[in-house]
Design a protein around this ligand. Structure first.
Ligand code: PHE
Length: 335
């Protein structure tokens, strides 16, 4: 126990000064303390193990604090009140760059471009909506348990910052009805920000981007949907891909599927490593009905998925939170 105390004090002091504090988890003293438990009498092991855990927790807290300190030290501070010198003297704030488009915007434009070339009309999604569009028109009745899956924020007035771009489906269908009646088909994507009250981690954000697709005609099939999605992903990643689907439940499609691609070897994937990219399926008759479209005469498919996930795979970005961090070092990689 005394040893634990000594190692603790020593490591805490070293962490506070280290540039690579996490490395200190690897010091031999710590390993020795951990393996020492096996040489103790059984009745002492419980208390010893607890102290080791406390030590590890204390070190983790100190390391995270030190990492944050190092991180802050590297954030560049910009004096926004300094004059912009167009003559290029040393006062010039941004000698070589005047700012660039955010990588997510560039990639979203890329996605929109691919679908537009396939004949889809692109519509921006809303950032505030209501229960009718977010849920009711999508076949979630008032107490539908699947509503819980969407971790929805609400304003005091009952408005909803949408948790998926499917919030646009009813509008797309209603506007598109006239096209169907004129013998044409509905082919649209809606893209934009969505919001979920989620715990943050490397693959979850409270605010992120989605892109949704809606297609309706007299003859739409699941096969057409899979072909459309395959063609999108192969164009976006610039290579042939293996795809698969598995059943999934969304109240607004029947059947509902999850669409996965095999992580390409060129992006560090191993064979058999599947990445789930989006949800999709044949539009539920009730969703068509809610927009005044006859589900006997017409059928459609829809899909929706996150943009960050696409981009993270393309550029091997390991943490979704980088996108909104405002860190210039991250943003400059995309210039
Ligand atoms: N809106 C669903 C989600 O965000 C995805 C989805 C869209 C599923 C369209 C099926 C059809 O989870």
């Amino acid at each position: 126990m005394q040893n634990i105390e000594t190692v603790r004090n020593d490591l805490l002091a070293r962490i506070a000064k280290s540039d690579t504090p996490r490395e200190l988890f690897k010091v031999p003293e710590l390993k020795q303390l951990m393996t020492a438990i096996t040489s103790l009498p059984v009745e002492e092991r419980g208390a010893y193990g607890k102290s080791i855990n406390e030590l590890k927790q204390a070190l983790e807290v100190a390391i995270v604090a030190r990492e944050a300190e190092l991180d802050n030290a590297t954030v560049e501070s910009i004096d926004v009140t300094a004059p912009w010198d167009i003559n290029g003297s040393s006062l010039q704030l941004f000698p070589t760059e005047n700012g660039t488009q955010h990588p997510l915007t560039t990639e979203l434009e890329n996605v929109i471009d691919i679908f537009t070339r396939m004949g889809f009309e692109a519509i921006e999604s809303r950032q505030i909506d209501d229960d009718e569009h977010m849920f009711a028109s999508l076949n979630f009745h008032e107490n539908h348990p699947a509503r819980d899956g969407y971790d929805t924020f609400r304003t005091e007035e009952g408005f909803i910052p949408p948790a998926h771009t499917s919030t646009m489906q009813n509008r797309i269908l209603k506007v598109g009805k006239a096209k169907l009646e004129a013998g044409e088909q509905i082919a649209a994507i809606s893209y934009g920000r969505v919001f979920r009250n989620e715990d943050l981690d490397p693959t979850h954000e409270h605010t992120f981007y989605q892109c949704e697709g809606v297609f309706v005609s007299e003859t739409a099939t699941l096969g057409q949907m899979l072909g459309t999605l395959r063609s999108f992903f192969e164009t976006y990643y610039g290579q042939k891909l293996k795809i698969k689907t598995q059943p999934a439940y969304f109240p607004f499609v029947e059947p509902g599927l999850e669409f996965a691609i095999e992580k390409p070897a060129a992006l560090g994937g191993k064979s058999g490593e599947w990445l789930e990219m989006l949800g999709c399926g044949m539009i539920h008759p009730n969703v068509l009905k809610a927009a005044g479209i006859d589900p006997v005469k017409y059928r459609g498919f829809a899909w929706g998925g996150g943009i960050e996930r696409l981009v993270m795979l393309k550029y091997s970005i390991e943490d979704m939170r980088h996108f909104k961090s405002g860190k210039l070092a991250f943003l400059r990689k995309f210039v």
